[in-house]
Design a protein around this ligand. Structure first.
Ligand code: NAP
Length: 242
């Protein structure tokens, strides 16, 4: 059975990606860190639409957790194979660098960049054996342009962008593609405190994006049809930056 693992699938963009993957026929592994109720909600929506999946809880920033939970899952599910990995889990903890605390730097870097490394390294071996795989990393405009107040977040996402390009060159000949999507402002819990009306004047399409608009691009990159696209970063930002 072909599976799609989506990190941070309990809320926001990750939730929309889980629903999209299920609609594409995948059995979806919904990862989350602490919000079990929302992870259950994602699974219920998938089931209500006629799809299926399960919840796999771990903190992507904790390498032992990633390793032990995924190893156990693989052992107990020998008939299942993770064909698609969407590294979506991410946090922000903004502040000017002058006043940034060690934990702010470490937590943001460890979640996006560390999480990408620990989860991808685990999943990669079976993709290479099967000679097929799709890895999609959710990065950010902040990782391309750099945003003030986000040196930690820009560094984390910029690091994932560079790793996307490097890994794509390592595994391309094995049928595994590695791409990134870089959202601008998307309506989720992460952007809850932002004033969309005020900021929309800066965005050519004059609004924030929706999680589903990101999920549609992730879905395309995760599909067999996108086999000749690798090492790319696709911006989904309403024209805010190019
Ligand atoms: P969100 O609504 O805050 O959801 C974050 C998701 O990540 C939740 O499912 C959360 O799980 C999970 N998560 C956080 N830390 C985790 C960890 N250590 N281990 C496992 N799961 C973890 O965020 P979002 O807006 O959907 O963002 C999703 C991704 O898009 C992030 O990588 C973010 O940086 C990126 N992004 C977002 C925007 C935007 O405008 N929203 C723009 C550019 C990029 P719990 O529910 O358990 O907390």
């Amino acid at each position: 059975m072909k599976c799609a693992l989506v990190t941070g699938g309990s809320r926001g963009i990750g939730k929309a990606v889980c629903i999209k993957m299920a609609a594409m026929g995948y059995y979806v592994l919904i990862n989350y860190k602490s919000n079990e109720a929302e992870a259950n909600n994602t699974l219920s929506q998938i089931k209500a639409n006629g799809g299926n999946g399960e919840i796999v809880q771990f903190d992507v920033a904790e390498k032992e957790q990633v390793q032990s939970v995924l190893a156990k899952w693989t052992e107990t599910n020998p008939e299942k194979y993770i064909e698609v990995l969407v590294n979506n889990a991410g946090i922000k903890d903004d502040g000017l660098m002058l006043w940034m605390k060690d934990e702010q730097w470490d937590n943001v870097i460890n979640t996006s960049l560390g999480g990408f490394f620990y989860v991808t390294r685990f999943v990669l071996s079976s993709m290479l054996l099967k000679k097929y795989g799709r890895i999609v990393n959710v990065v950010s405009l902040s990782g391309i342009k750099g945003l003030p107040g986000q040196t930690n977040y820009s560094a984390a996402k910029g690091g994932v962008i560079a790793a996307t390009k490097a890994l794509a060159q390592e595994v391309g000949r094995k049928g595994v593609t590695v791409n990134a999507v870089a959202p601008g402002f998307i309506k989720t819990d992460m952007t809850e405190g932002l004033d969309e009306k005020e900021m929309a004047v800066l965005i050519p399409v004059r609004r924030f994006g929706t999680p589903e608009e990101v999920a549609n691009t992730v879905g395309f990159l995760a599909s067999p049809e996108a086999g000749y696209i690798t090492a790319q970063v696709i911006s989904i930002n309403g024209g805010l930056y190019s």
